[in-house]
Design a protein. Structure first.
Length: 284
């Protein structure tokens, strides 16, 4: 049996939406859900759980109430709870490493302003070695349907592509595979292109993308995969696909830089503007 899906809860509507999504995902994976709550430790009146004495009972009640809702949503679903002794980032990272994946909520700002992925969510998604899913409270999400994944044909990541195909297989859905092709700097800064090189670039890249997908189509014959090569920003195209997707999948390199672990520009764009839940999958 797979490890539990870990969910960070804090009493917000966004966290409630994340918990509901995680429960649906747990049913698809035939596993359980572990609800965790973490707050910054206070210097005075701190309980053994690392919480203020006045906060401990509230947090325990929150966890119990959320667990009861999930059990009503899916009778028989294994649900456990836990208070994290460390701060939110460290606690969620540690808890996430012990689970199958980590699910967090993020707040919608509305309109074209996009969404607010808080510092905790970004920090956790940038370092945890398990997939992290960010969920918005948009009045319900589809547990079944298509999955959209962003790939780079020049630096393909098997972990990211496989995650997307597995999720599509669980949902009895399809996969839209998106690669963004940028024009060379000489074409952007130079005179108008004669002839236009974009059709040739798109054709060549589409061929590479089809080759990349061939083994995954063979491994998941019941999943229909459609390749999309776009000229310009892959992030914008993934956001566009998110309106009809059950899940959007992006990758995050685990290789550390001098500035520490971080999310790339595509992941940032998708996390802040996607309407569907977003899975950030670490890869080497």
């Amino acid at each position: 049996m797979a490890k539990d899906i870990v969910v960070g809860v804090d009493g917000t509507e966004q966290a409630d939406a994340a918990a509901a999504w995680a429960a649906d995902e747990a049913v698809l994976r035939d596993t359980g859900v572990r609800l965790v709550h973490a707050k910054e430790a206070w210097p005075e009146s701190v309980s053994p759980h690392g919480l203020r004495e006045s906060e401990g009972p509230w947090a325990e009640e929150l966890l119990a109430r959320t667990a009861d809702r999930l059990r009503v949503r899916h009778p028989g679903l294994p649900v456990s709870v836990g208070l994290l002794a460390t701060g939110p980032v460290a606690g969620l990272v540690a808890a996430g490493e012990e689970g199958e994946l980590l699910v967090l909520g993020s707040r919608a700002l509305g309109g074209v302003a996009g969404y607010l992925v808080g510092s905790v969510g970004l920090a956790v998604a940038g370092v945890v070695e398990r997939p992290v899913v960010l969920v918005r409270d948009l009045g319900g999400h589809r547990s079944r349907g298509s999955v959209t994944v962003g790939v780079d044909v020049r630096h393909p990541a098997d972990a990211v592509v496989e995650f997307a195909f597995e999720e599509a297989a669980r949902r009895l859905g399809s996969v839209d595979v998106v690669h963004g092709e940028r024009l060379p700097l000489s074409a952007v800064l130079g005179p108008p292109m004669v002839p236009d090189i974009r059709p040739a670039m798109t054709t060549d890249t589409a061929g590479f993308l089809e080759e990349l997908l061939a083994p995954w189509r063979a491994k998941y014959p019941d999943v229909t995969a459609t390749a999309h090569v776009v000229m310009g920003s892959a992030g914008l195209e993934l956001v566009r696909f998110s309106s009809d997707a059950a899940l959007v999948v992006v990758g995050r390199r685990t290789r550390r830089s001098p500035l520490g672990s971080r999310l790339g520009s595509v992941a940032h764009a998708v996390l802040h503007h996607s309407r569907a839940p977003v899975a950030v999958v670490p890869h080497g």
